[in-house]
Ligand binder design. Structure first.
Ligand code: PMP
Length: 369
């Protein structure tokens, strides 16, 4: 089987070869059980071991404090847009939550939450998502049930370099596209959630890390499968969970431990993204990253290519994408809502793969500038 392709997809994204190879080895018969993990009862001792191992490894990787519960839920990041609101709006009588909107995904989260309570934007909606307004300008509501933000906006490539201070109001964070890419102080958060298909494994399972005291406020209409109380009370196996996705997630966590954990990932991710931004910044405007340097993402970079007159050149962008694909570098197209290019450098992408891309980008520039 050939793995000569370099997959820069924003998600579902590249999974480390070592993980896929191990999954392949165990595909027909998981550790002498004679059956595949896919065929295993979610209540069997073998699967309980798989899910506990995944949880324990994650706890080790993120240094999750004991008063936090780890849940593996269905429904993706979008499921949690509703799940967060249904479970947490009731934390205060206000039934009102603060939303920080810095891109497509936090905007979607706010829109979904409106179905279940009041949503207050801490700053007005912006035309373009190129920066994060200074916290001194935010209007936080001290009576809010929670404050929601997205640590890394996957479409625009806007990433927080700081953790917002909410003066005791529980902080809820969508970390779908940068979880495990660097160390994070879990104790600063009420809830962290993340879909698996970027830095965690394959689609189907959503990680929720929640401080214990925030569990138990779900609204009566909340579906049991999304209720933190029900799921926490059943160790995430209230019903049949996405068993295979949970297994793959555990393998990715093992791989991360072998690699040196979040600390090593942070170092490597910084090295990778520096290669990219150094090239962009030295390109004399040929490559242009619209996001302000204070919130440039380490995971997703949105890029435009300009022709000599300085205007965005969509034809050249298309040529870039097509030529890169011919050389085995795929999924470089920007999100359909904003066009251009998008380069995603999640944990599984290694430094050599970034160098290959950078070399191509340099050649492409020399040919066309
Ligand atoms: N949040 C972020 C930051 C995302 O990037 C995405 C998907 N790309 C989502 C939420 C939605 O995730 P899902 O498709 O799993 O619902």
């Amino acid at each position: 089987a050939s793995r000569k392709i370099i997959n820069f997809s924003p998600g579902p994204a590249k999974i480390p070869e070592q993980v896929l190879e191990r999954a392949q080895k165990e595909l027909l018969s998981y550790q002498n059980t004679g059956i595949s993990v896919m065929e295993m009862s979610h209540r069997s001792a073998d699967f309980v071991k798989i899910i506990s191992h995944a949880e324990n490894t994650l706890r080790e990787l993120l240094h999750i404090p004991d008063d936090y519960q780890v849940l593996f839920l269905p429904g993706g990041g979008s499921g949690q847009f509703a799940g967060i609101a249904m479970n947490l709006m009731g934390l205060k009588e206000s039934r009102c939550a603060d939303y920080v909107i810095t891109g497509t995904w936090s905007a979607k989260a706010a829109k979904e939450a409106e179905k279940y309570g009041k949503v207050h934007l801490v700053f007005p909606k912006r035309d373009k998502y190129h920066d994060i307004p200074d916290m001194s300008t935010w209007k936080l509501n001290p009576d809010a049930s929670y404050v929601h933000y997205c640590a890394n906006e996957t479409v625009h490539g806007v990433e927080f370099e700081f953790i917002p201070e909410t003066n005791g109001v529980p902080l809820v964070c969508d970390m779908s596209s940068n979880i495990l890419s660097r160390p994070v102080d879990i104790s600063k958060f009420g809830v962290i959630y993340a879909g698996a298909q970027k830095n965690i494994g394959c689609a189907g399972v959503t990680l929720v890390i929640i401080r214990q005291d925030l569990i138990g406020y779900d609204m009566p209409e909340c579906p049991s499968i999304l209720s933190y109380k029900v799921q926490a009370g059943n160790n995430s196996v209230y019903n049949t969970p996405p068993t295979y996705s949970i297994y793959i997630m555990g393998l990715v966590f093992d791989w991360l431990v072998e690699q040196g954990g979040c600390e090593a990932m942070a170092k490597r991710n910084l090295e990778k993204v520096k290669l990219l931004y150094d090239l962009i910044d030295a390109s004399k405007g040929f490559y242009h990253a619209p996001v302000h340097h204070t919130c440039r993402s380490r995971m997703n970079t949105h890029l435009r290519i300009s022709s000599a007159d300085g205007a965005v050149d969509e034809k050249l962008e298309k040529e870039f994408i097509d030529e890169a694909a011919k050389k085995g570098m795929i999924q470089l197209k920007g999100h359909r809502s904003i066009g251009g290019l998008r380069i995603s450098l999640y944990n599984a992408i290694n430094v050599d793969e970034v160098r290959t891309l950078i070399d191509f980008m340099r050649e492409f520039q020399e040919k066309h500038q």
